[in-house]
Design a protein around this ligand. Structure first.
Ligand code: 26M
Length: 822
């Protein structure tokens, strides 16, 4: 094994211990004798911050001085999870902190458990943003993440009689040690009002927006420590407050209550994260959230630009703005507005700059997930921005579309940023494509479909614009921190530099067949499973055995992700077991973690059904514990960190063509789970890396899905021709799982039959059952399974988010590294 490079901070555990105690006394105002774990956690964070804040200042000085090009990552979501363990790992001080706390009688894992998750995101898109800012800092790239300082992150999930209920999440109720408020950098945000056209003396025309309300954006900075801690970037999150023009006169004149109400309204803007991840609801508050944080961020970007530059024409050389989906697309008309209305540029000058600045990442092909805003609402909230969007659209249609398809009005209607009809809509995806210099999909197949199905005409118009950047995950959080024992095994086997060069794991491949290595690898898996057994008992009361196959599906609940396919397969096994309790099968524990959007009826039904099935199966002593079903409540980043290292099987079973990439698939394989999956999203690239023998691929591929749909799909064909399938679906109509409530699970059956089975579960059912049978057969051969698990983990090098970021840098951002001296 290679020698470790010098640590960023040469702190001994004794020195760290001193700092922790110091902060326990002076920051927390308590004492060793009476401090609880929360206080120890806070004191440890404060000790870490001493190092981090210093390096943050260094970084900001260096970046300001060098004025290098930077990327500004605009995202409504950053799903950060917990930061203490991650920061300690990135500072390479985890071991030191562990022994420091140990000598104080504290277990570091228990102390870390005190930290509430920063759940400022829904799922994949938000977690990707978090992995990306980790990689940007690790690779020495200047970057800022911009988002919203939500008071409440994604709701906390509880179950009541098997039903999901949503409870507010309050991640910073008692303060948060990681954030720094920057009142010196507040920004003002105008809203509503009207636009005046002014003709100046020289005959030229100007637009003046007279907003009727103003908000204030207060920035909170979270330091982002790169691995090795050379560079500390920031995540800047905006909190909304009433604007300065807040009516103190009304306040003094006895309008105290009204003024308080206005204040509350302003604070509502950053109050809560919208919990949808597939069907935007078109709520005015959501549009205001989007504009609020884009306006603050664009102003902040311009302020920094102006500090170092006089000449606007270099703006696109200094600034890249990445739009994480269309959610922040209103930043485009906002930049145009500032350049024209405030900086006095004409359209060409402003457009030249703006259209070289923005790039857009598409994360979904689901038509219902594409954001469209009613024109009337847009006009009410942002009248000037609507005008600008009209003008972007007019020039696009009259110049570019007309040049390519002369006289083709149908084409103009089709590609218009404004969708005509009863209720006219602003199509945010089209606005984003037209306004960006690059558009990217998030996995090879996804990008292919973005070009072919989502934006084919745009791809004809701009043949170089759409590119692929396959997603990745940070191996620091998802292997080093989450699976310390496997990380240590890799340290010993392939050397210690795999956290920054994940391809290094391949050096372990020759050992995939080695009995001793297999034993080490699988005994780590075993230990992780045993830890999860305890956690499952604690959180659900269900007793499971680590001898069983741990088969895990963790992701948002959505019909396209097909938790219901997993469900009907579980029922299939259960039926077989009831018919033959001596059935020879490897015991299996099916584990779920998933939140449903609060208004998504079918998703909530599927959760309810799984909970009811779990109740029945887990308490049925006829089946000799061969089958267990566990639904872990409140799935979130910190729970993922416990589940993923313990997984044997990773369920990635979306209808082909619908999961843009997936990133859980990468995390699970990296930790030695074997994938049962469709040829969808990044599964395809995972299969290429691990080889066809080491993954259980089933079901229709993208082309077959398309063919089935065009030929007219009828789920009843499968229902009537497959007796086992028919039996399990009919089971859902009885009250077997919901005693006294017949029909309580009928909607699931209906959705799979009467309502057309939109996601082709029945078409893939048999193939899925066969793949699951393969899993059972393969697992019996312990050595064969170990070999496949090792190959899965050791070939995940490509899915390092550092590689994704380097792809963005090479094809889209063109940044230069800007290392910082310690
Ligand atoms: C939109 C409007 C209003 C409220 C919420 C939304 C919204 C929020 C999140 C819509 C979609 C959101 O996320 C979509 C998402 O997470 N997509 C996933 O992105 C991952 C990262 O690229 C991919 O790996 C997943 O395949 C893709 O589903």
């Amino acid at each position: 094994a290679k020698k470790k490079p010098a640590k960023p901070f040469n702190l001994t555990s004794t020195e760290l211990k001193k700092k922790i105690i110091h902060h326990l006394h002076t920051t927390l105002g308590t004492h060793e004798d009476k401090a609880n774990d929360k206080a120890w956690w806070n004191a440890t964070c404060a000790a870490v911050n001493e190092l981090v804040f210093d390096q943050l200042t260094n970084t900001q000085k260096t970046h300001a001085k060098k004025d290098t090009r930077a990327v500004n990552y605009l995202s409504l979501e950053f799903l950060m999870g917990r930061l203490l363990s991650n920061n300690l790992h990135n500072l390479e001080l985890f071991k030191e902190a562990q022994s420091a706390l140990k000598s104080l009688g504290k277990d570091i894992y228990e102390v870390c458990e005190e930290e509430p998750d920063m759940a400022l995101g829904n799922g994949g898109l938000g977690r990707l943003a978090a992995c990306f800012i980790d990689s940007l800092a690790t690779l020495d790239y200047p970057a800022i993440g911009y988002g919203i300082h939500y008071e409440h992150g994604l709701f906390r999930q509880e179950f009541k009689d098997g039903h999901q209920i949503e409870r507010p999440d309050s991640w910073r109720e008692y303060g948060n040690p990681w954030e720094i408020c920057r009142p010196e950098s507040v920004q003002e945000v105008p809203l509503y009002g009207y636009v005046e056209t002014v003709i100046d003396d020289d005959g030229s025309m100007r637009k003046v927006w007279h907003p009727s309300r103003k908000l204030k954006g207060v920035p909170w900075d979270i330091p982002i420590v790169g691995y090795g801690a050379k560079l500390v970037n920031v995540l800047r999150l905006w909190e909304s407050k009433p604007g300065e023009a807040f009516d103190w006169d009304v306040f003094n004149a006895g309008g105290y209550v009204d003024a308080q109400a206005e204040k509350a309204q302003a604070e509502t803007v950053s109050k809560v994260l919208y919990p949808n991840d597939s069907t935007p609801q078109g709520k005015e508050l959501r549009l205001i959230q989007q504009y609020f944080f884009c306006a603050c961020s664009v102003k902040d970007i311009i302020r920094r630009f102006k500090r170092a530059n006089q000449d606007w024409s270099v703006f696109p050389d200094k600034v890249a703005i990445q739009l994480n989906d269309t959610h922040p697309a209103v930043a485009v008309p906002e930049l145009m507005r500032i350049l024209m209305d405030e900086e006095g540029m004409n359209w060409q000058q402003a457009w030249e700059i703006s259209s070289q600045t923005f790039a857009y990442t598409n994360h979904t092909l689901l038509p219902e997930a594409l954001e469209n805003w009613p024109v009337a609402m847009f006009e009410h909230v942002l009248p000037r921005h609507l005008e600008i969007i009209y003008e972007i659209n007019r020039r696009f249609l009259e110049n570019e579309v007309e040049a390519k398809w002369p006289g083709d009005d149908a084409m103009k209607r089709k590609l218009s940023i404004i969708q005509e009809g009863d209720e006219r809509m602003v199509r945010m995806a089209y606005l984003s494509v037209v306004s960006s210099y690059k558009v990217n999909g998030v996995a090879a197949i996804h990008t292919r479909l973005v070009k072919k199905d989502l934006f084919p005409e745009f791809n004809d118009l701009y043949p170089e614009k759409i590119v692929n950047v396959t997603n990745g995950v940070t191996p620091r959080r998802w292997l080093k921190a989450a699976n310390p024992e496997l990380a240590a095994l890799y340290d010993d086997t392939v050397g210690v530099d795999w956290p920054t060069n994940l391809h290094k794991l391949k050096d372990a491949l020759p050992l995939a067949d080695d009995a001793k290595f297999q034993k080490k690898f699988m005994s780590i898996k075993r230990k992780n499973k045993e830890k999860l057994v305890t956690e499952i008992a604690k959180l659900t009361g269900v007793e499971v055995s680590a001898d069983a196959i741990f088969d895990i599906q963790i992701k948002r609940l959505h019909e396209y992700k097909r938790q219901q396919l997993n469900l009907i397969h579980i029922l299939t096994l259960y039926r077989r077991l009831l018919e033959n309790p001596d059935l020879d099968m490897v015991p299996r524990v099916f584990i779920f973690g998933a939140k449903a959007a609060p208004g998504y009826h079918m998703a909530k039904q599927i959760i309810f059904a799984l909970n009811k099935i779990a109740d029945k199966v887990n308490n049925d002593n006829r089946i000799q514990d061969k089958l267990k079903v566990v639904f872990m409540p409140n799935y979130r980043v910190s729970l993922a960190e416990k589940l993923i290292p313990a997984a044997d099987v990773s369920e990635q079973i979306s209808t082909a063509g619908l999961e843009a990439s997936g990133t859980g698939n990468m995390k699970l394989a990296l930790n030695g789970a074997l994938t049962v999956g469709t040829l969808d999203g990044a599964n395809i690239e995972i299969a290429e890396e691990v080889g066809d023998d080491n993954i259980f691929i089933f079901g229709l591929d993208v082309d077959q899905v398309e063919a089935v749909k065009t030929n007219g799909y009828n789920p009843f064909d499968y229902y009537y021709s497959n007796p086992e399938l028919k039996a399990v679906l009919d089971w859902l109509d009885t009250d077997f799982f919901t005693p006294g409530q017949p029909g309580a699970l009928s909607d699931i059956k209906k959705s799979l039959l009467d309502w057309g089975d939109q996601y082709l579960c029945l078409a893939d059912y048999q193939s899925y059952c066969d793949a699951q049978n393969e899993v059972d057969v393969t697992y019996r051969d312990k050595k064969l399974w170990a070999k496949k698990a090792i190959i899965n983990s050791a070939t995940m090098g490509k899915f390092n988010s550092d590689r994704s970021i380097q792809d963005y840098v090479d094809t889209i951002w063109h940044l230069e590294k800007c290392p910082v001296k310690g």
